[in-house]
Design a protein around this ligand. Structure first.
Ligand SMILES: [Zn+2]
Length: 673
């Protein structure tokens, strides 16, 4: 036991987990001990003969479960970024254990009795603002977890939670294996025409890895519209690729989606809500399902009108109607024609390391005064992971930033941020965060050249990282990105604005071979092109949002019937059944909402974008990349984590509640429908 490195606090800088020593067999025993340890601590708190105080109840809970938190953070990252077969097996075992554990805490009547007693006389306890909010949050969290239910109700809730946890784990694993199995295998090099030499080499490598000779494999990414659709010349190959993407996991995950939606509806009813969505948004900044439905209703008609205008323009260029698998291909040509931008020709200006250091890091340096230094002496959880130490303006250490850029078969799709150590003054911890990406790894010695979309993603994910790194709260409950999920994308979306900011772009966008700056007119055209294709992008996003919403506004006892038919009906009802614009995710691989934490929450991206676009306007009005503006934003929002009410913090920062107009303007949704 003592040789298990997860069992003790790390002695590395910033308590970076000792990855070099951690092996797969360490996880399960650490989980088992961590769960038992926290349960014993919780029993101690609940059974304390002394009357409840903030210190002996709430703070004691905040201090409990150190081992479990440690293993959960390390394992949670592994399960998303390096999910080997062994890790997946452990995940399937551990997820139901964690769900049961959470229930054991939240459904402990003696513990809830203490929290309720404190909550009822909260104004008389002399608590500071963060402490008062923490007590209120604990009370809300326990009530929402079922603590106020009868014994029978609590029992049924436990069963439902266990079933939901098992089904959502299975959903995620099915999605991952379906993406692997449904990869498109090509047997003639002519079929790859249009792809870059790098992409063809990667397709050949992928085939070899699967033991196939004279074959090329196009693996599926997690979303519907595969990136190669913009390049592939062979129309039939495009059709096959999109069909493979859209039809994956139907058999395995369709029934699981039905089961999950049904179970969640029953759970919501048990807790006193009309639907799972109603339950979710009651604790988000949106507040009610009506608020989300209203926002969608406002956005759908102009977005669809926009997409139809785009379809007409594409049909004109293509000389006939454009099918879903043709859209990206012709859209790419139209973009070139209208804005004279060739995505592929731009890539030499976006070399990963240059973008990182002279773009992402330097923009943050000018805004917030921070510097980052690579620490090759510290190791990550995979040889590709790089570790940076982050210093504040006064030279003090803020935390560690880990960067895991490259795709690999064990990594899930997309890009995201994880916290490995949560900042907390109570526990004396500084943050350790990681950004994950899925950039194709270049051949040894070759530079990694990005698309502009990937550049934007680097800035986006670093925005999440800053939210974690700047966290300055006392209680771990509120640390960093522990804000409502319809608020959490806001800081990261704001950080995207610097990717195209003239002073920033000029420094990082230099040619990888010649060092020449990107021509000024190219940069200007890129800025003009930002709104190109927004009709398609908004519709495919809204279609996925509507699916999430339809599944999760079902009342208890409703039978959704056949999942594919349910999906089609939901899109039709919303006016989003455009055959040429499939949803960004179909139900069967919509892992965000069926196996992640975004159920009834996919609307959050556009909800946050309202705040984002309004804040971009604020930065722009205040002189752009200025330290004073950065410090204001950091103080008001980035450093506060969940310790203040998010919309109150926003209004205090902006001087008024958010306005939707900047978003409508940005997405080209102000034209008549
Ligand atoms: Zn994000």
């Amino acid at each position: 036991m003592t040789t298990n490195p997860l069992m003790r606090a790390s002695t590395l800088p910033y308590e970076l987990p000792p990855f070099a020593e951690i092996r797969e067999e360490h996880y399960l025993p650490a989980f088992e001990l961590g769960l038992a340890e926290q349960l014993a601590q919780v029993e101690g708190i609940a059974g304390d003969p002394a009357p409840a105080t903030f210190e002996n109840t709430v703070v004691a809970l905040e201090r409990s479960g150190a081992l479990l938190e440690r293993v959960r953070a390390v394992f949670g990252n592994a399960a998303s970024a390096d999910a080997t077969a062994g890790v997946r097996e452990i995940e399937a075992k551990v997820n139901p254990m964690l769900a049961a554990h959470s229930d054991a805490i939240h459904l402990n009547p003696a513990l809830f009795g203490r929290i309720r007693a404190l909550y009822e006389r909260r104004e008389a306890l002399g608590l500071g603002p963060e402490e008062l909010r923490l007590l209120e949050r604990y009370h809300t969290r326990f009530v929402r977890a079922g603590a106020a239910l009868s014994e029978d109700g609590r029992w049924r809730l436990r069963e439902l939670n266990a079933e939901i946890a098992a089904a959502s784990t299975a959903f995620g694993q099915n999605a991952l294996s379906a993406a692997e199995e449904s990869a498109l295998v090509l047997d003639d090099p002519a079929q790859l025409a249009g792809l870059s030499a790098d992409a063809i080499a990667a397709a050949a490598r992928d085939a070899r890895d699967r033991g196939l000779t004279d074959r090329w494999v196009l693996p599926l990414r997690n979303f519907s519209n595969q990136l190669e659709l913009a390049r592939l010349e062979d129309r039939d190959v495009r059709r096959r690729l999109l069909t493979a993407s859209l039809s994956r996991a139907q058999d395995t995950n369709g029934p699981l989606a039905v089961a999950l939606a049904t179970l969640r509806a029953e759970r919501a009813a048990l807790l006193g809500y009309d639907s799972h969505a109603a339950y979710v948004v009651a604790d988000r900044t949106a507040g009610s399902t009506q608020a989300v439905t209203d926002l969608l209703a406002r956005l759908v008609p102009p977005a669809v009108a926009n997409a139809r205008r785009e379809a007409d323009a594409l049909a004109e260029l293509a000389g006939g109607p454009v099918e879903a698998w043709d859209w990206a291909y012709w859209s790419d040509k139209l973009r070139k024609q209208r804005h004279d931008i060739d995505e592929a020709a731009l890539r030499p200006y976006f070399e990963l390391d240059k973008v990182l250091r002279d773009g992402v890091f330097r923009a943050a340096g000018e805004l917030y005064g921070i510097t980052l230094t690579e620490r090759p002496d510290l190791s990550g959880y995979h040889p590709d992971v790089r570790v940076f130490e982050v210093f504040d303006a006064d030279g003090s250490g803020l935390g560690l930033f880990l960067a895991d850029f490259f795709a690999r078969p064990t990594k899930r799709g997309g890009a995201w941020m994880n916290a490995l150590v949560d900042q907390s003054r109570l526990l004396g911890r500084r943050p350790v965060v990681v950004n994950n990406h899925n950039i194709a790894k270049p051949a040894p010695g070759e530079p990694a050249l990005l698309t502009f979309w990937q550049v934007g993603t680097l800035f986006h994910e670093f925005g999440h990282a800053l939210h974690g790194l700047f966290s300055d709260v006392r209680h771990p409950y509120f640390s960093g990105t522990a804000v409502p999920s319809d608020f959490v994308e806001y800081p990261s979306q704001v950080n995207e604005m610097w990717a195209l900011w003239p002073d920033v772009l000029a420094r990082y966008a230099t040619h990888v071979e010649t060092g020449a700056p990107m021509p000024a007119d190219t940069a200007a055209r890129m800025r003009e092109a930002v709104r190109f294709g927004q009709g398609f992008a908004t519709v495919e996003y809204l279609a996925a949002t509507v699916l999430d919403w339809a599944w999760h506004t079902l009342p208890a006892g409703a039978d959704p019937g056949d999942p594919a038919a349910f999906e089609a009906a939901a899109l039709h009802a919303a006016g989003l059944d455009l055959p040429a614009v499939p949803p960004r995710y179909r139900t069967a691989y919509f892992t965000h909402v069926f196996s992640g934490h975004y159920s009834a929450g996919y609307y959050s991206y556009i909800w946050s974008e309202v705040l984002d676009a309004d804040t971009v306007q604020w930065f722009t009005e205040n002189g752009g990349l200025r330290r004073a503006s950065g410090d204001t934003f950091r103080r008001a929002l980035l450093s506060r984590g969940g310790s203040v009410d998010p919309m109150t913090a926003f209004a205090a920062f902006r001087g008024r509640p958010p306005r939707i107009e900047p978003l409508l303007e940005r997405r080209g949704l102000t034209q008549p429908t």
